[in-house]
Design a protein. Sequence first.
Lengths: 384, 126
Amino acid sequence: MSDPVIYLDHAATAPIDPRVRAAMDESLAAAPGNPSSGHPGGRAARERIEAARAEVAALIGAPAAAIVFTSGATEADNLAILGAARANAARGRHLVSLRTEHRAVLDPLARLAREGFRVTLLTPAADGLIDPAALERALEPGTTLVSVMLVNNEIGVVQDLAAIAAACRRAGALLHVDAAQAAGRVPFEVGALDADLVSLAAHKVHGPVGVGALYVRRAPRPALEPLAYGGGQEGGLRPGTLAAHQIVGMGRAYALARAALHEEPARLAGLRDRLWAALAPLPDVHLNGHPEARAPHILSVSFGGVDGEALRCELPQLAVSSGSACASGHGEPSYVLRALGRDDALAQATLRFSVGRQTTVADVDAAAVGVRRALERLRALAPA
Amino acid sequence: MTGAGAYSAEVLRLFATTPGAGVPVGPDWRRGEASEPLSATRVEVYLRAEAGRVADCRYRVRGCPHTIAALATVAARLPGSSLADLALDVRALAAELGIPPEKLGRLFVIQDAVRAAALQLAPADP
């Protein structure tokens, strides 16, 4: 029998919590009812959705009415970026973001560039952090939107959003924050963040895939153009019948994350640091991202002297993400790591370990042993 | 990430066992090397010849599982081949091991290293 897989890929998706699944089952078993319907089943569905909305809002210190449910953080990013840019086009057509943002941000920006918007993508320092002063210098009178993620999904660095938000205020630009990796791991409140739009995911927080949310500031409320039309749900920003069971799952996941917010981040950071302490003494091993300003659950490490694909193939018992998209054989190194100055070979030989609620000390210790053995074999095989 | 599912059973077997890998010791061995910077693939091939034919082959490699499997296959098949005719059928090897077209360049690295070692054994006429 093969060894059980050690799951260290919570930044990609965190296994659904049994309590979340139970809440979703209960919702699915409830009397039928479209949340927009006035009969008892519909009203009950609406009540479950509003309770979930309140839970999602509570985790980020927002009023419930500021939460717009979407199909996930990708849709939330698209709604924020495409919606804000198009709705504010009469004010200006300049947008600012970072080269290290998630594709769910970069691809909508590329789309807007094809529509005639001007997009400035800034390159963070080698530690992954953007200098807020450098970002402020990129702002112009016609800049309508800045998009910067709170926690980078590949290397886990936490940006100085307070300083970035202040710069946006001075320039009169809206600020969108992709907080898909931050929610439930890095305590934050939207009031302190001073963001206009914040994207959230459920499945990064042990909730279901297929549901997320966009926080939209209530006052002043940013102008947003919806991506789809066909109903008045979610304030007209996201029409369509709401998926009550998915939303209930997200609400339960966020409630659980909020209950654990005072202890869990420190526990995750302890696991992350334990893993790094075991890997750091090995030769030619490189930490990606700022050593301190980073989220507790992500550890990105590049390994010199080995091929990345070979390293991952040598570790079948580890479920981790890579620094490249090489499943098809293209072997294209991560654009994030390249933007930070990692050479192609190191970027390609990168593993992202991300710990979560079920991760144990034994898991990270076993991962470290596995990586050490894999490096020893592959380096012995390689030319000097 | 790329997992074991991206590779055939034969590729995984060769990657795990790397038959023929290592640096040989002895005065009769000749070394050839080649590399490809983009994928950081590096190949060293060691050949020993008898009577104008490859008698033995060893190698070291830094590369992906496909590259390692292909090199192990080549090393197993080279003995007996005439030094005058060491051309590898790269496309046939790729088809045999299920190596995607994007990686053909890595097989040419193997071919270059074999040729470089063979030249050390039988230098070209001036």
